[in-house]
Design a binder for this molecule. Sequence first.
Ligand SMILES: *Cc1c(COP(=O)(O)O)cnc(C)c1O
Length: 387
Amino acid sequence: MSSLMNTFGTRTLTLVRGEGSRVWDDQGKSYLDAISGIAVCGLGYSHPAVTKALAEQAATLIHVSNLYNIPQQQHLGDLLTQFSGMEKAFFSNSGAEANEAAIKIARKYGNDKGVKSPSIIVMENSFHGRTMATLSATGNTKVQIGFEPLVEGFVRVPYDDVPAVKAALAQHDNIVAILVEPVQGEGGVRVPAADYLNQLRTLADEHDLLLMLDEIQTGNGRTGTFFAFQHNGILPDVLTTAKGLGNGVPIGACLARGKAAEVFQPGNHGTTFGGNPLACSAGIAVLETLRNDNLLTRVQYLGDKLLAGFRQALAGNTKVVDIRGKGLMLGIELNAPCPELVQKGRDLGVLINVTAGSTIRLLPTFILTDAEADDLISKVVQLVTEF
Ligand SMILES: *Cc1c(COP(=O)(O)O)cnc(C)c1O
C-alpha cells in the first residue's frame, strides 16, 4: 500500500534521470519528453546554467525569510519587470499562489475604490489552480465538485467571446477585473482570435478594470515571446507566471503595473518560502539563458516546424478535428477521447499528454534539435494514424 494520498491515480512510469530533451526510466529505457514536466522544463533536463546556479546557491545560502533583503529576489524582479514591461513583482512558490495574489489585488483594488462585493470576470474552460480561490476561478466543474462552497466573486463567460464580456459588464456593476489565459492550456490548447487580448484591454480601460493575465503556462518563452501578451502589443495590469520560470525549481510570480502595483501595502500579503535565494537563482539562470541563447527565436522556429509538419502529415486524416498552437504549445484535437495514446506514446519512446479528453497536447523543450523535432512529428503522426 502506498503511503501517498491517491490524488494522482495509479502511476506506472518511474523516471530517474534527464538530460537535454530526454528522460530515462528505472529500467533504462529513454523517452523523448514532449511535455517537459507540464511546461516546466523549457531548457530541458540537467541544463548546465541552471545546475551551476543551483549548486552554487545551495552551497552558499538556500533560504532566508522575507524579513531580510534578498539580492537574488531583487535581481529576478529586475529581469522579469524588464522583460515583461511590468513594474513590481511578488514571488510565490507555485502558479496557484501567484493567482491567489492576483485575486487578492483585484479584490483590494475594488474595495479600496468602494465597490461593494468586487467580482472578477473569468472564462469557461479556464484553469487557474487547485487552491480554494483558484479552483473557484477555474472553469471546469471536475475541479470544483465536492469542494463547495466555492469562493464567491467570480462571473463566468465563454472564452474568446468579447460580446459576452460586454454583456457581463452591462449586467453587473461590481466587476473590477478580468482574469484570462492568453492561450488556454489545460482547457485543450485553445488559441483565441488574434485581437482578443487587445479587445479585453480596451474594455478594461473603458470600465476601469484590471486586466489580469494568467501566463503561468504561456509565460517564460513558451509561445515564442517572453510572455504571450507580447504578441498583441498590449500590457496587462497584473501578470502571473510560474511553470517555466524555475525550470523545475518551484517558483511563481505575480507582477503588476500602474495602479495595480500600489495595491499591496505592508501586511497585506506574504509568504515564508516565496522568493528565496535558491528558487530565485534558478529563475535568474532561466531568464538569462532564454535571452543569451536566443531561445525565443528557436521556440518560434520549432513551433512553426512542428505545426507545419503535423498539418502536412495529417492532412485529410478524418480522425483529426483541428491542429493548433502558439510557439511550443501545440494541440492535435481528435474526433474521440484518446487517453490510451499516452501509453502508446511511451511504448514508442515519447512522452505526450492528452487534455480535455480528446486533444493531444505537446509542450516540448525549447532546446529540441531538428532531428528530435522530426522524430516527434513522425511518432505522433504514427500514434494518430494507428488510433
Ligand atoms: C498549471 C497552471 C496553474 C496552476 O499552477 P500550479 O503551480 O500547479 O499551482 C494555473 N494557471 C495555469 C494557466 C496553469 O497552466
